[in-house]
Design a protein. Structure first.
Ligand code: VAH
Length: 316
């Protein structure tokens, strides 16, 4: 049975991924870790939790020697908008954190899954149906760390045989844990505001398309790629995956079908808008579909229905 250490386990992805993995592999086989024990009780209490700062290689090694996981899922990272406000922090956490995890994995025979992002592309990348293999000249520090991270993971596979795997996540939408400082966060906050206040002020301009995905599809992608036959993986790290591409007016219209009184206006955040415009409008995820059977279940209508149902209960 797999034993998995998750870093950044109390973030937007980590919170749901730990619960999902514990259902599949058993509570005691999933070790959640984060920089501080500040998160949902059900993650902290239902299985092992360890305080790990990914900048402390010794501490990562200590936890790996204690639990002997065969996989490290490395999620701890600084996202795009926070990273643009503090590029040094983003470089340190995203690069040295990943380097430490790869070094510990190499010494302990662990596989490593770590996500890249659509942020690994930049303004010179083909914007529509962005190919799996194409120009990657991102103009954000977050994007720079994601491209460097993809290359570092490839290096540890080719040079040391570390089984590294990863996907380029689009914006992720979920109702459990709020996102932590990304550019795509508007697509989460709009649902909360629609349910709570029936109005939302969007910081991304009308007509700005970005790839997005509902969290259940993201969780399924992690496990499917983790369990995929390695002989079939040509790309290994940083598979393009997506489920939908929409602009603010599209998600607004979908919510309005369920909450007719919902209204939205705009107050553009220039930094986040510039980041969003540097990313693709839509990805080509053929490689993931062909090499490990990637297939999303949720489109915008299905996601909107589920998000509003779940948030109507959560925010009661
Ligand atoms: C961000 N949610 O906005 C993250 C993600 C594709 C975007 O990497 O920074």
């Amino acid at each position: 049975m797999r034993k998995i250490l998750v870093t950044g386990a109390l973030g937007q992805i980590g919170t749901e991924l730990v619960l999902y993995l514990r259902e599949i592999y058993g509570n005691l086989n999933i070790i959640a870790s984060d920089i501080a024990p500040k998160g949902p009780e059900k993650v902290l209490k239902a299985g092992p939790f360890e305080i790990v700062n990914v900048l402390d290689a010794k501490r990562i090694n200590e936890v790996v020697e204690k639990y002997k996981p065969d996989v490290i899922i490395h999620l701890a990272a600084i996202l795009s908008a926070v990273g643009e406000n503090n590029p040094a922090l983003a470089w340190n956490v995203n690069m040295y954190g990943l380097y430490n995890v790869l070094e510990v994995a190499k010494s302990n025979g662990c596989a490593v899954f770590t996500p890249s992002s659509i942020a690994a592309f930049g303004p010179s990348t083909p914007k529509d149906k962005t190919p799996q293999d194409t120009i990657q000249r991102p103009t954000t520090m977050y994007g720079v760390t994601k491209v460097a991270g993809e290359l570092l993971c490839d290096y540890y596979f080719y040079k040391y045989g570390v089984d590294t795997r990863g996907v380029r996540f689009p914006g992720l939408i979920s109702y459990e844990a709020l996102p932590g400082g990304g550019t795509t966060d508007y697509a989460v906050h709009i649902y909360y505001e629609a349910v709570k206040n029936k109005k939302y002020t969007c910081y991304i301009k009308e007509g700005t398309y970005m790839d997005m995905m509902y969290m259940p599809d993201a969780l399924n992608a992690v496990v499917t790629l983790l369990e995929a036959n390695p002989d079939k993986l040509i790309h290994r790290n940083a598979f393009n995956i997506t489920a939908m591409s929409f602009a603010p007016e599209d998600i607004y219209a979908e919510i309005k079908k369920i909450i007719p009184e919902f209204t939205m206006d705009y107050n553009i955040d220039p930094i986040k808008q510039k980041i969003a415009e540097s990313w693709p409008n839509s990805l080509d995820d053929t490689a993931a579909r062909e090499e490990w059977g990637w297939k999303p279940k949720y489109d915008l209508p299905l996601m909107t229905k589920d998000m509003i149902e779940k948030l109507s209960i959560k925010l009661k």
